[in-house]
Design a protein around this ligand. Structure first.
Ligand SMILES: NC(=O)c1ccc[n+]([C@@H]2O[C@H](COP(=O)([O-])OP(=O)(O)OC[C@H]3O[C@@H](n4cnc5c(N)ncnc54)[C@H](OP(=O)(O)O)[C@@H]3O)[C@@H](O)[C@H]2O)c1
Length: 283
């Protein structure tokens, strides 16, 4: 694909919201030795995508302007790097792109083999693209932070999922039972009186006040805990949730789909913060 150009959507400054997204023609990326080149069939937008554009992770992200956002992709392999062993051209996959590079709002994108998994025919590109950040976060919150066993063994636990209609929340309610806190702005004081004596709040949107509460609870050896969660993506977890979708045990609810030519509408819809399930863009 060297020398070919593709359609992509990028922004070149902080804070400009959907109006800052620009439609451009750029070179198709070339996969490095551990990477696969994907034809993007679907990408999903996560709040972190527009938070990066707002400048909430500056100076870490984006690493450079212009920046092509989104990292959740469902698509097909077009080319593989010289070290790639598990994939060949034509394979259908779900991938998490490198967060430093982004690249999902485009016709083609490169993904590292280490965060690319096979996509069975039962899982559409949109369903797979929806799963990546949101599904992995829901799984990590349940299995690692809340210590729930998906197979149903172990201690029974009561779980409350806040923002249960959103991207993370709708996967979390399907995967489980503790408290999984998926939205901003609900303080610890709202949860604490309702928690069991050794209950946990798992906060996937930790702000300054949550960090303070976390420190106080640790220092006072409180049995009621606040757990601050940041996604650590793992290939085996992505394989597990793709398999659960294949088996019909987990569903991606699609809030809405937009063509790449209307990516700014998808961006605005996600920034409004009231999606029911996942917002998907299809090149
Ligand atoms: N820590 C991590 O690694 C990690 C990973 C993934 C996501 N996150 C964060 O988790 C949050 C949720 O992500 P998402 O992908 O699920 O977002 P999303 O798909 O945009 O869903 C937003 C959800 O929040 C609810 N909501 C909005 N305002 C609310 C309010 N004032 N009170 C209660 N609920 C409210 C919405 O419900 P209504 O429509 O009913 O308002 C909707 O269910 C985001 O802040 C995201 O950045 C963190």
């Amino acid at each position: 694909m060297a020398g070919k150009v593709m359609h992509a959507v990028q922004y070149d400054s902080y804070g400009s919201r959907a109006a800052g997204l620009k439609h451009v023609e750029v070179p198709v990326p070339t996969p490095k030795k551990d990477e696969v080149l994907l034809k993007v069939e679907a990408t999903s937008i996560n709040p972190i995508d527009w938070k990066i554009q707002k400048g909430m992770l500056r100076p870490l992200l984006p690493t450079k302007f212009p920046f092509i956002p989104t990292i959740d992709v469902g698509g097909g392999v077009v080319e593989v790097g010289s070290n790639v062993k598990s994939f060949k051209a034509g394979d259908k996959v779900v991938a998490m792109l490198n967060a430093l590079n982004g690249g999902g709002l485009a016709e083609y994108a490169v993904a590292n083999e280490s965060l690319t998994v096979s996509r069975p025919v039962e899982v559409s590109a949109a369903e797979g693209a929806g799963l990546v950040i949101a599904g992995l976060t829901a799984l990590q919150a349940l299995v690692n932070a809340a210590e729930v066993k998906l197979e149903g063994t172990g201690q029974q636990k009561n779980i409350l999922v806040t923002a249960a209609s959103g991207g993370v929340g709708h996967y979390a309610v399907q995967l489980a039972k503790l408290v999984i806190h998926c939205t901003e702005g609900i303080p610890w004081s709202t949860f604490e009186p309702n928690l069991s004596s050794s209950g946990k709040v798992i906060d996937i949107t930790p702000g300054v006040s949550a960090m303070w509460t976390f420190a106080v609870k640790k220092l006072t050896f409180s049995k009621k805990q606040l757990v601050l969660l940041v996604l650590i993506p793992k290939k085996e977890n992505l394989e597990l949730i793709v398999e659960l979708v294949k088996e019909g045990k987990l569903k991606t609810v699609i809030d809405s789909k937009f063509p790449l030519s209307k990516a700014e509408d998808a961006w605005s819809k996600s920034s409004d913060g009231h999606a029911t399930g996942k917002i998907v863009v299809e090149p």
